[in-house]
Ligand binder design. Structure first.
Ligand code: UD1
Ligand code: CA
Length: 471
């Protein structure tokens, strides 16, 4: 029995342009919205529709930088070393795309596109058996976009797309614009792409001209209008990019709230696309959650905290003004206010890290506390340890870093300096204001300071001298 074979579908993402209007030394598609490069957003949407091996990013301007940045997403790259327009971008991708039946073309600078819309574009294209399908949108202000010229007002079919710069005053009034997202049947696309010309304002090959080219040779060109015009927004200027950033971030907050998190004043919070937040967690105003941060449920992240690439368990409180970077915090811990957890900080269950405490490459065991004015670096600290106010691990001798080991149940008195390498045995005490340079055995008391002396009446006689009563 003959089996109908599924059409082979590729996605091409045009990402070779310089982005002149951004006035940037970085390529446009690497500029970030929602904490992620524009191109990475488009790739994320594309790979929900086809596998990464069928996605081709067409890169050119600063191609190596672009490739490096999104390489881990597993897609393919096509090099358009000279950027001679969106039509030219597809010309250079001919070899890569020829094995496919259809190609969906996306724009690397339009990051709001959703998988659902790509799917709708694909389905419409296949159903209409079109040579070219374009996604259009109705905009109140269509300025700057290409306009769609339909064969008739009720017709699906398109005669041509006219770019803003070549549009007549009457055409400029058309509010149906070209989104820059298309689906093509690969065979007619490459059979006729050679007919594109560069007789236009930019002296470029416009992919948009394929609508006119294909419709002239009686290939079917159709348009489908999106119900959600904000999805097609491109980021040609910094101002447009910031608008998109806000849309992405608000959408992210909405998604987290739908999943059960409370976010107060979400418009003040900066939450990156890949952040995960558990149910019943409360995020206060002016919080930033960045990178790959994951926060458990029942946490409270208080105002002015900035948390990057960190993992936080359940029921954790992060008090105001704390900075966490590549840190791990286990369930029930309390951080802050004003704690600075630097990379490699691993805070145990129920532990406390308090005011003006800085940690780096530290494991702080279950229930241990470092509540005030402390630096803990390169240290292995057991469970139930109390680190007194003002304690400092002296981990650096000017050349090398050394490790401090503090075993379970140790009590470190306030204002102690612990000169590494150093080990303080289980259950030991360090007297306040000690400078500890040698290992302390289990259950011992270590004193590392001068003995106190008393000089009776000294202060009074000093005062008397100063007042000129004596001498
Ligand atoms: C394009 C469309 C316009 C549409 C608008 C929607 C053309 C000629 N015009 O205009 O009808 O309304 O998108 O946002 O296509 N690129 C390459 N190689 C090149 C040139 C561009 O890869 O040689 C890439 C860019 O990096 C960008 C994308 O193609 O990601 C679109 O190019 P851009 O210059 O932004 O086109 P628009 O002027 O926005
Ligand atoms: Ca654009």
């Amino acid at each position: 029995m003959a089996k109908t074979t599924e059409p082979r579908i590729a996605v091409a993402i045009m990402a070779a342009g310089r982005g002149t209007r951004l006035k940037s030394k970085y390529p446009k598609v690497l500029h970030e919205v929602g904490g992620k490069p524009l191109l990475a957003h488009v790739i994320a949407a594309a790979t929900r529709i086809v596998p990464a091996q069928d996605v081709f990013a067409i890169i050119g301007h600063e191609a190596e930088m672009v490739r490096e940045k999104v390489r881990q997403l597993g897609i393919n790259f096509v090099l358009q070393s000279e950027q001679r327009g969106t039509g030219h971008a597809l010309m250079v991708a001919q070899d890569a795309l020829s094995p496919y039946d259809h190609v969906i073309v996306l724009s690397g600078d339009a990051p709001l596109i959703t998988p659902q819309t790509i799917q709708r574009l694909r389905d419409f294209h296949l159903q209409k058996k079109a040579a070219m399908t374009l996604l259009s949108a109705e905009l109140t202000n269509p300025t700057g976009y290409g306009r769609i010229l339909r064969k008739g007002s009720q017709s699906d079919e398109v005669k041509a797309i006219v770019e803003e710069k070549s549009a007549s005053p009457a055409q400029k009034k058309l509010r149906e614009i070209n989104s820059g997202f298309y689906a093509f049947a690969v065979r007619p696309l490459f059979a006729h792409i050679g007919k594109l010309k560069t007789d236009n304002a930019h002296r470029e090959y416009y992919l948009t001209d394929m609508a006119g080219v294909l419709s002239k040779v009686r290939c079917r060109v159709v348009a489908t209008k999106t119900g959600n015009p904000s999805e097609i927004l491109g980021s040609n200027t910094r101002a447009e990019m910031m608008e998109i950033d806000q849309l992405v971030r608000m959408a992210k907050c909405q998604q987290l709230m739908t999943a059960g998190a409370s976010i107060f004043y979400p418009q003040t919070c900066v939450i990156d696309a890949d952040v995960v937040v558990g149910a019943d967690t409360v995020i206060e105003p002016f919080v930033q959650l960045l990178g790959k941060t994951r926060i458990g449920s029942d946490c409270c992240i208080r105002s002015y905290s900035v948390i990057s690439d960190s993992e936080i368990g359940d029921g954790v409180t992060v008090r105001p003004g704390s900075i966490l970077d590549n840190a791990r915090v286990a369930s029930g811990a309390i951080i802050g206010p004003y704690s600075h957890l630097r990379p490699g900080s691993d805070i145990g269950e129920g532990a406390h890290v308090g005011n003006f405490v800085e940690t780096k490459k530290v494991r702080l065991g279950k229930g241990s506390k470092a509540n005030h004015l402390t630096y803990l670096g390169d240290a292995e600290i057991g469970a139930g340890v109390n680190v007194g106010a003002g304690t400092i691990t002296c981990n650096y001798d000017g050349v090398h870093k050394h490790k401090t080991v503090i075993e379970d149940g140790v009590f470190v008195g306030s204002d102690s300096t612990l000169v590494a390498p150093l080990k303080i045995g289980k259950g030991a005490y360090v007297a306040a204001a000690s400078c500890i340079t040698d290992d302390v055995p289990e259950d011992a008391l270590a004193l590392g300071r001068a003995r106190q002396t008393i000089k009776e009446g000294w202060a009074k006689s000093k005062r008397d001298i100063l007042a000129g009563k004596k001498g």
